[in-house]
Design a binder for this molecule. Structure first.
Ligand code: DGJ
Length: 540
């Protein structure tokens, strides 16, 4: 069922006139955001050019008139360019078919006032593998809106993805939301992404064990899933063995969400994504040493091992995006590499707001990310009080925000490389073919000695190739020196100019030249000089 606003007859003529006016205004409207892919790389296009989401996600209960005043100062202090904020189904549709868009309107208006883009998070059927944000009229009517039945035959706190009524109810609300966004944001495009559901899946059961679902599970695996899995025909258990229950759930859940997304896109064609509660490395507790869908992670969601299925069954979803809450370097890197695929743009919509997570922005950029967003950034007191906030994430955003458009463009063109310090790796090399950029972390860097690294492994640097011999360079606690293959910096090469500056409306504005101590031992980016340098080099 598509969302159809009921239009009283008397309003009809005014609406027709308004839409004619809107159509002419649209001639000057900003281009709708979209995710584009070229040669296996991706960009989130905003106003017609690649955009890097330097995001901040607010706390779950912060999208309210009473709490939004505590949101904006936090995001502004952080230099974020995008707010990620939830819209709650329970608030938006307090009784069936009666919509209250006040929260959505407030978010859109206030984002504009604060010059930020907005990512709308739809807290619908699923929120963290439960159903806590569905309206009371859904919670109350368990017959019409059935719950997942667990293996013990008990209903649990999750709506079943095997119910048409559940799907239709969510779809009706989500299309209403997208229809409303089209009405209020088709010209300005403040909203650049909509997240469909939040960390979908079942906490508490691998799948729905209702009578109907069990009957279906005893039958044959559908042909479209066999094709996607490249498996021969059989029952669910025969085809998927021990993974059959989770695969059954993932199949139904991904199609459920895709149907909702497709209907929403029909109302307003802007990028949609699903975020993921990941499967984390096995915990030390003996009872958790078995990968366990429904316990270790919400069953049916787009976790690492189900990404293949989700990509096959969610064509209306532009991006599957991992929420990364482990600061283990190996795990973080493996997740970035898993979700950065030629058919899936990397986007990290949630990550830890603590200092150890800040350097991962640079690793994500190195894997082509279109955005990054620490979670829980507002001054409501849940995580941060007034005047406080993430420290190193703020350093990152202060450094990158002024040059974020150039970063996004270079990344889309495959010309961006970034480095983050890790224990024992205070020296790294970025390869640009003819030119190599040697990155050394920590100061002081004594002649002839290895760089000391930083005490907390937080050095980071970024190099974007602007033309064959021109680079935009920045970093924190890092030096960057260019050289040609097999020769030290300064040998048979020279710096023609090194300009400190920034971009204003896409145009480079130099403020001074670096030379002497500022260039002789590489371009040095100390903690306190958050600047970018455009360097022009040549050989002789
Ligand atoms: C991940 C969820 O997606 C967020 O909404 C929030 O609950 C965080 N976890 C809390 O850490």
């Amino acid at each position: 069922m598509r969302y159809k606003p009921s239009v009283p007859g008397s309003l009809l003529i005014r609406l027709v006139l308004l839409s004619v006016a809107a159509a002419s205004t649209n001639l000057w409207a900003a281009e709708a955001p979209k995710v584009v892919t070229k040669d296996g790389r991706h960009a989130l296009m905003v106003d017609g050019a690649p955009f890097l989401v330097l995001g901040a996600q607010i706390n779950n209960s912060s999208s309210w008139p009473s709490t939004l005043p505590a949101v904006w100062p936090a995001l502004e202090d952080m230099h974020a360019n995008t707010v990620e904020a939830p819209v709650y189904w329970e608030q938006m549709e307090p009784s069936p078919g009666k919509f209250d868009f006040s929260t959505v309107d407030l978010l859109v208006q206030q984002s504009r006032q604060h010059h930020m883009h907005l990512v709308v998070l739809w807290f619908g059927t699923w929120k963290n593998g439960n159903m806590h944000y569905v309206p009371q009229w859904v919670k109350a009517d368990t017959k019409k809106y059935p719950r997942v039945i667990n293996q013990a035959g008990e209903p649990i706190d999750v709506l079943s993805a095997n119910s048409r009524n559940n799907l239709e109810a969510d779809k009706h609300a989500f299309t209403a939301l997208m229809h409303h966004l089209a009405e209020v944001d088709s010209n300005e495009h403040t909203v650049i992404f909509v997240q469909v559901e939040n960390e979908s899946g079942i906490v508490g059961s691998p799948r729905d064990y209702s009578k109907d679902s069990n009957r279906e599970f005893e039958g044959k695996v559908p042909a479209d899933l066999l094709r996607a899995a490249q498996k021969p025909a059989g029952t669910w258990r025969e085809v998927f063995g021990g993974d059959a229950d989770e695969t059954f759930q993932a199949y139904h859940q991904s199609r459920y969400i895709n149907e909702i997304a497709e209907a929403g896109k029909h109302e307003f064609n802007i990028p949609l994504y699903c975020n993921v509660w990941l499967s984390y490395p096995i915990a030390e507790l003996p009872e958790r040493q078995v990968g366990n869908p429904g316990i270790g992670w919400p069953s049916g969601g787009p976790v690492q091992h189900s990404l293949w299925l989700w990509k096959a069954f969610t064509p209306a979803i532009d991006v599957i995006a991992p929420d990364i809450y482990s600061d283990d370097l190996g795990f973080y890197t493996s997740i970035l590499k898993t979700y950065a695929r030629p058919d899936n743009a990397l986007f990290v919509p949630e990550t830890g707001n603590g200092d150890p997570y800040a350097r991962f922005l640079f690793l994500a950029l190195n894997d082509g990310t279109i955005g990054f967003s620490p979670f829980g950034v507002d001054h409501t007191g849940w995580t941060f009080a007034d005047g406080t906030g993430p420290k190193l994430h703020t350093e990152n955003y202060a450094l990158l925000e002024p040059i974020s458009r150039e970063i996004a463009r270079s990344n889309f063109e495959g010309k961006l490389k970034a480095a983050a310090e890790s224990p024992g790796q205070a020296e790294q090399e970025l390869d640009f073919g003819k030119w190599k950029a040697s990155v050394r972390f920590g100061f002081p860097q004594r002649d002839g000695r290895r760089p000391p690294g930083t005490s907390d492994n937080t050095g980071r640097a970024l190099v974007a190739q602007l033309s064959e011999d021109e680079f935009l360079v920045t970093g924190i606690d890092a030096s960057v020196a260019f050289h040609v293959e097999g020769r030290l910096p300064g040998i048979r090469m020279q710096i023609l100019s090194a300009e400190e500056g920034t971009y204003e409306n896409g145009v480079w504005k130099a403020s001074r030249l670096w030379n002497g101590d500022q260039t002789d031992r590489g371009l040095n980016f100390h903690k306190h000089n958050k600047v970018a340098v455009k360097i022009h080099i040549g050989t002789f």
